[in-house]
Design a protein. Structure first.
Lengths: 115, 115
């Protein structure tokens, strides 16, 4: 079983839709949670960064972390064709220890927003 | 503000050869991590360098080695290349001890093809 599971999709939505992207994880030591966006043939771009449980909003993007369920989500409101990309969740335990700096990624979800 | 840069962008090698990939971190960052991303997969952590030493290593064989220079730039070396080493190699930088030291910023990657 992978430490981080992410539905690879693909996910296709019309412009203006609300998009929900999700990851589950098994390692309860994970404390820091990130979402990256990766355009085709490019490097991942950091979108959101959350520590522990709770919500964080940045413009059209909202990240949620539910540590009790080991479940994280990214919501995109008013989706645009420019949001079409692969979305990767990533997580890491507390600083220090044997896993310091080692981001563990999900497989990535391919999202297409059509006009 | 200069982001993470990597060179070369593309590389073609044959089995058994050796390859060196290069990375310059984001301005102000002192820590470099390397990841391997196979097609359709999330990035896999190879290792991380801080203060010119390997601080953390993922599940990769000793054929993968690295180096960090006093100016924080880094190299990834892969010996005895296998067909399965074909992938996008990503460099990420961060600032150890910074306010968001868990966040890593990625370069565009080097796409390696082994024939």
């Amino acid at each position: 079983q992978k430490e981080v599971e992410q539905d690879p999709g693909p996910l296709s939505v019309p412009e203006g839709a609300i998009v929900s992207l999700n990851c589950t994880y098994s390692n309860s030591a994970f404390q820091y949670f990130m979402w990256y966006r990766q355009y085709s043939r490019k490097g991942p771009e950091l979108l959101m960064y959350t520590y522990s449980s709770g919500n964080k909003e940045d413009g059209r993007f909202t990240a949620q972390v539910d540590k009790s369920s080991k479940y994280i989500s990214l919501f995109i409101r008013d989706s645009q064709p420019s949001d079409s990309a692969t979305y990767l969740c990533a997580m890491v335990p507390n600083a220090g220890g044997t896993s310091y700096g080692k981001l563990t990624f999900g497989q990535g979800t391919i999202l297409t927003v059509h006009p | 503000d200069a982001g993470v840069t990597q060179s070369p962008t593309h590389l073609i090698k044959t089995r058994g050869q050796q390859v060196t990939l290069r990375c310059s971190p984001k301005s102000g960052h002192d820590t470099v991590s390397w990841y391997q991303q196979a097609l359709g997969q999330g990035p896999q952590f190879i290792f991380q360098y801080y203060e010119e030493e390997e601080r953390q290593r993922g599940n990769f064989p000793d054929r993968f080695s690295g180096h960090q220079f006093p100016n924080y730039s880094s190299e990834l070396n892969v010996n005895a290349l296998l067909l399965g080493d074909s992938a996008l190699y990503l460099c990420a930088s961060s600032l150890t001890g910074g306010a968001s030291q868990e966040t890593q910023y990625f370069g565009p990657g080097t796409r390696l093809l082994v024939l």
